[in-house]
Every structure is written in C-alpha cells, then in structure tokens.
Design a protein around this ligand. Structure first.
Ligand SMILES: NC(=O)c1ccc[n+]([C@@H]2O[C@H](COP(=O)([O-])OP(=O)(O)OC[C@H]3O[C@@H](n4cnc5c(N)ncnc54)[C@H](O)[C@@H]3O)[C@@H](O)[C@H]2O)c1
Ligand SMILES: O=C(O)[C@H](O)COP(=O)(O)O
Length: 416
C-alpha cells in the first residue's frame, strides 16, 4: 500500500524505551510537535494495537519489530533505532513495506569500551566477589586469584568499532592484545590478529566479545569454545545475549574452568525495569551481571538522541536515506521551489520507465532525479517544476506495478 505525505502536525511520532530529551528537541526544532514518549518497550500485542497510527517510530534494543508488526504499520514512514544494534528489527520486512531504518553506529562505542576496561580489572582482581562478601559482613584479605592486568593477554572477538577502542585502551594499560574477526582488519598498535577463534580462546587470559547478532554468531561461544578457553580465564560479553550459550557458561563457571565473567546482555532480557530477571548465572558470585547498560551513559544517550532524530528528520523532510541500514543510500540537496516525489519500488525492469511516463504524460518537467537500487529494491526521488496536482499524480504513481510506497513533499514545506 502506498501512502501520501502529511503536514508535520499530522505526523505521529512514538518514541519507546526512554529515548533522550535531545530527540524531542530535534523534532520540535524541525516543526514536529506530535511526539509521544514512553519509558518502556512494547511487546508485539501492544505494538499491533498502536502501530497503525504511527508515522515515525523510535526504539532501542528491547522492542522487537517483527514482520507481523511491520505489515500492520499502514502509515509508517521510517524507524529509528536509538542504539547501535538493529537485530531487533526485521529489516527485510521493513524494506518490503518501503520503510528505511536508521541507527547510531558510533555514539555509544566509547561507553561500552570503558565498561569493558573496568570489568577486566574487576575480574582479574575478583573484586565483585570480595565486595559482596564485605557487604555481608565478611572479610577475605587474600591475593589468591588476583592479578595485575599488565602483561596479560586480552582476546577480542570482533575487531570493529568497539573492539578496536577496547584494543587501544587495553594496550595503553600494558595488556597484550590479540583479536579475531571474520574480515581482514588493520591491527592497531601492537595488537596481533589470530587466524582462528580457537587460537584466540586458547591463548587469552580475558576474552571479550564484540560481534553483532547474526546467524553465524548465535551460540558462537558454546561448550566447546568455553572449554577451549584457558582454565582460570575470564569472559566478557557486552555484545548480544545469543552469542553465548548461557547454560554452558554457567556450567563452566560452576566447575571453575571459567573463573569470572562480566555479562551485560542475555538471551532473555526483561522488557521493563519492573520485570523479574531470570538466568542460570544468577547467584554465581564471580559473575558480574549488568542490565544491558553498556551504552547507557548520559553522554552516549544524549548523542544518540540527536543523531538518530536528525537522520529521521532528514528522511521525513528531504527523503535522504544516508545512514539507513536496510535501504539504498540517496543523499539529496534541498531543491527549493520543486515538488519532490519519493518512490520506493521492487527493482525489476520497466518500473522506472513507467514512473517517468507518469510525469511525461502530464507534461511535467523533471528538474532532478536521484536513483539508487540494490538487487531487490529501487528508491527514486523526483523533483518536479511548476504546478502539480500532487493528489492525482500520487494516485497514478501508486498504480505503477511494483510500487511499495510513494510520498510527496510540497515546495516550502521541507524544513519548515
Ligand atoms: N551492551 C551494549 O549496551 C551494547 C552497546 C553497543 C553495541 N553493542 C553490541 O556490540 C556489537 C558490536 O558493536 P560494534 O559497533 O563494534 O560493531 P561493528 O560492526 O563495528 O563490529 C563488529 C565486528 O564483528 C565482526 N564480526 C562479525 N561476525 C563475526 C564473526 N562471526 N566472528 C568474528 N567477527 C565477526 C565484524 O567483521 C566487525 O568487525 C553490536 O552489534 C551490538 O550488538 C552492545
Ligand atoms: O545496540 C546497542 O547500542 C546496545 O545494545 C544498547 O542498546 P540500548 O539502547 O537498548 O541500551
């Protein structure tokens, strides 16, 4: 189904999971006043009830946008993930309904890296266990299982934005760094690449995971991999919960093979703060468990609030898809005085010709045209001069076979 664009006061924006105030300010500054913000995630049933009237949706990592929800999103123009990860969105289903999805690929990178560095020291000194003991009135003044991190080996799995930040900081503190990545990566400082995951696991005192959630990374740390780690070593997971087989980790910690772990992400996470958290790791004293707060610093959230809201505004106002994670990338200059049509279609022969015939059939001058395609999807933006009957034109464009969505932006309305 195709949709026409609306005046900004009719565009309903729903922001979930406590998105930062900066997003609200950006939307207000862009002339969008109909913004509702909720502090928690919505489950599929709640989303199905609400999504039909939403034009712009903002989420974080806890809201799952399934194909079912997206297919019910009749008015949805775009989605913003106010975080790095986008695995919680069915990106293909979003493409099928012509909806680009944006995220903030770097804004919380440093926050995660700093947490990991802190955890390396806490784990290597057994601080968490000792602190719990002291809180309970106990006392355990001992150097057993306590080590400096200087000279120890940190193994980084996934040498991307976060992995490389951790690498630099760890080396600055005197650690040896090894990394494993499926892509060939430039080694920073004195970091050494490993040719296999096994090689990295068998040679590291601390292993930290920084891979995305993909079919290849699901349970990549299973029983075999955990047992390949050195006896008495430590594991940090601030990536995604499905990357580690949590039962196998609990077993490897119970018999002391893995001495300590710092886990920020879990296969099952509560949808809101009030819900009970269940995990086989609860009660294991040498496990530092945190509630998915790797990116939850005020600095990161403020940056993410601005960055993602700006991308959503750019798309809503101008049609720019630069930074979208599931869409052909089109960066557009503002073309004052023209009416702009956005057309998302299946990439098959003849669609563009039919679109152009709609314009030429009405004797309209195309002032500019921007097209990007990928193997399945085409996204074309057309600027038209002069008097345009937008409604009639949009109706005609909607009839072009293969159309997924079409919107138009009036002259002067952009950036108002
Ligand atoms: N705990 C948190 O709050 C938090 C915050 C931010 C990001 N994250 C998670 O951290 C992940 C990593 O973030 P990033 O910004 O560094 O991502 P990135 O895309 O920059 O880096 C990921 C790296 O993993 C590599 N990789 C992919 N599959 C792999 C595999 N099977 N084996 C080895 N390497 C593989 C990629 O080639 C890439 O270099 C995100 O996808 C997100 O899920 C968590
Ligand atoms: O993907 C991310 O950026 C992290 O997992 C953080 O997600 P959050 O915004 O839900 O804390």
């Amino acid at each position: 189904m195709t949709k026409l664009s609306l005046s900004k006061d009719k565009i309903n924006i729903l922001l979930l999971e406590g998105v930062h105030d900066n997003a609200i300010s950006e939307f207000a500054g862009g002339g969008y006043a109909t913004v509702e913000r909720l502090p928690h995630a919505l489950d599929e049933g709640e989303l199905l009830e609400r999504i039909g009237s939403v034009h712009i949706l903002g989420i974080r990592s806890r809201t799952h946008l399934t194909a079912r929800v997206l297919e019910a999103a009749q008015k949805l123009i775009t989605v913003g993930c106010f975080c790095i990860g986008t695995n919680q969105v069915d990106l293909k289903a979003a493409r099928r309904i012509g909806v680009p999805v944006f995220n903030a690929p770097y804004s919380n990178t440093r926050s995660v890296a700093e947490l990991v560095i802190g955890e390396i020291i806490m784990l290597m000194r057994g601080i968490f266990e000792k602190s719990q003991l002291v809180h309970g009135g106990g006392w355990m003044k001992s150097a057993k299982n306590s080590y400096e991190i200087r000279g120890k080996t940190l193994g980084i799995v996934g040498y991307g934005h976060i992995g490389t930040q951790v690498s630099i900081l760890a080396e600055a503190m005197g650690m040896k760094v090894r990394f494993y990545d499926v892509l060939k990566k430039l080694a920073l400082g004195n970091a050494q690449p490993c040719s296999s995951l096994e090689e990295l696991l068998a040679s590291s005192d601390v292993v930290t995971l920084h891979v995305p959630d993909t079919p290849q990374t699901r349970n990549m740390m299973g029983e075999r991999e955990l047992r390949t780690m050195k006896k008495g070593s430590h594991l940090i997971n601030a990536a995604r919960g499905q990357v580690v087989d949590i039962d196998a980790l609990a077993a490897a910690m119970a018999d002391g093979h893995i001495l300590g772990a710092a886990i920020d992400v879990f296969p099952k996470e509560p949808g809101s703060d009030g819900e009970v958290f269940e995990s086989p790791l609860r009660g294991i004293r040498s496990a530092i468990l945190t509630p998915h707060i790797g990116g939850s610093t005020l600095e990161a959230q403020a940056n993410i609030g601005s960055e993602v809201a700006q991308k959503l505004l750019e798309y809503s106002d101008n049609g720019s898809t630069v930074g979208a994670v599931n869409f052909p990338q089109v960066g557009l200059p503002v073309h004052e005085g023209c009416t702009r049509f956005l057309h998302v279609h299946e990439n098959r022969p003849g669609v563009l010709r039919k679109i152009n015939e709609v314009f030429s059939g009405r004797n309209l001058n195309i002032a500019a045209q921007y097209l990007q395609t990928d193997p399945e999807l085409g996204y074309v933006v057309v600027d038209v001069d002069g008097d345009v009957d937008e409604q009639a034109l949009a109706n005609e464009l909607r009839e072009v076979e293969g159309t997924l969505k079409t919107r138009f932006l009036y002259p002067g309305r952009r950036g108002e």
